[in-house]
Design a protein around this ligand. Structure first.
Ligand SMILES: [Zn+2]
Length: 388
């Protein structure tokens, strides 16, 4: 016996290195909670009690990282159950995007973050209320933006709070959007964290918003079909390209009402891909039209993105933004933690966007998921219920 025997070998899959932006057909060996080797022909070195999983024709990548979701279940009307909605569909780490405010953070930390099997962090809503009930905009009373409270929660919880969130929808901020956005940017700068800004349903032209953002801030819902989006006709507007050149990030955040296939198709054709490929899953959309992150990815693949373009945007890019790369999320490297998602192409299905249109496309399905080397039980695509 010359080599270490492995617990598990994923053999013959197309393995992505999202940092290098490359892929190759090779094997991935796991021992305990670590990636032991990435090299061809490892199957023979599996331990006697170990297992070889044939991944031929499948996509092997780091465990997926969701940069925008809503998982404050039982408190917020938009909260979905994190492990069921994400982990069992291939996502091992995720950021809640503004469901939680400073006044509700303690409960989120205790009952959601600590209770979940997957790794959770968040963008803290700048309103102390957070997004509890979408019928009542959390910033309609501007006094609910209390910078000291948001800063205190961020300072006390560096393992969870990785940014702030403001929803600029007219029914959330009312006419005071500019001063609320400026105060939010100032508090994010104080904390040294990014601000995620929700567009779509906004009154103000996008260039006005973009002009205020800093490098590293995030524009959520870049492919929205609502007014004041990123396009003028078939082309992405110059101010959007300028903002990207300055380091402002764009998040696809499908959501119940903010992915238009027509906008995405034109933007992708014009070379404008999202920096972060996210689903904006919530209790309002996880049984359709969003379903989950892998279905959001399959939609953008059908509209022109390649797997080489898709994989980094749902692994290393969100991991870096959220500071989860330092824990080994978003990469698949020898010696790193064994967070692995294996995807396979599923039969063609009719998939809806958020603007009343649909396409026929091959879906992506999680075939095997490892978190810290442990095999996660996956669940079938939730859209299957609707076909019956
Ligand atoms: Zn959202």
């Amino acid at each position: 016996m010359t080599e270490t025997a492995f617990d598990l070998v994923l053999s013959g899959g197309t393995v992505f290195d999202p940092v290098a932006g490359t892929h190759s057909v090779t094997d991935v060996a796991v021992t305990g909670d670590r990636v032991a080797r990435i090299a061809p022909s490892l199957a023979a070195q599996v331990a006697q009690a170990g297992q070889v999983v044939d991944c031929t024709g499948k996509w092997v990548m780091p465990g997926l990282v969701e940069g925008h979701t809503h998982v404050f279940e039982n408190v917020s009307k938009v909260g979905a159950p994190p492990d069921e909605a994400h982990l069992r569909r291939g996502v091992v780490a995720a950021a809640d995007a503004g469901t939680v405010g400073a006044s509700t953070f303690a409960a989120f930390d205790r009952y959601v973050v600590q209770a979940a099997e997957m790794r959770l962090v968040n963008f803290l809503n700048v309103s102390v209320l957070g997004l509890i009930d979408f019928r009542f905009g959390e910033l309609l009373n501007p006094a609910t933006l209390v910078p000291e409270d948001a800063l205190a929660v961020a300072a006390e919880n560096p393992g969870v709070v990785r940014g702030f969130k403001i929803r600029l929808s007219e029914d959330v901020v009312g006419p005071a959007w500019r001063s609320l956005l400026k105060t939010s940017l100032a508090l994010a700068a104080d904390a040294g964290l990014p601000l995620m800004v929700h567009i779509g349903e906004t009154e103000e032209p996008l260039p006005e918003v973009l002009g205020l953002l800093r490098p590293g801030d995030v524009v959520a819902h870049c492919y929205t079909g609502k007014p004041h989006g990123i396009l003028d006709g078939d082309k992405v507007i110059a101010e959007v390209r300028e903002a990207r050149a300055r380091g402002v990030l764009f998040d696809s955040a499908h959501g119940r009402s903010n992915l238009s296939f027509e906008v995405a198709r034109r933007a992708i054709a014009d070379g404008f891909l999202p920096d972060l490929l996210t689903s904006d899953t919530s209790a309002r959309n996880w049984r359709g039209p969003v379903f989950d992150l892998v279905t959001s990815a399959a939609k953008l693949r059908a509209l022109g993105m390649t797997m080489d373009e898709i994989v980094p945007r749902m692994t290393i890019a969100p991991a870096r933004l959220l500071g989860l790369d330092t824990e080994g999320y978003g990469t698949l490297v020898e010696g790193g933690p064994a967070h692995v998602t294996v995807l396979e192409d599923a039969p063609e299905t009719t998939l809806p966007d958020a603007s009343g249109n649909s396409i026929t496309a091959s879906r992506l399905e999680p075939a095997l998921v490892l978190h810290h080397g442990r095999r996660v039980e996956t669940t079938p695509w939730r859209g299957l219920d609707q076909d019956r």
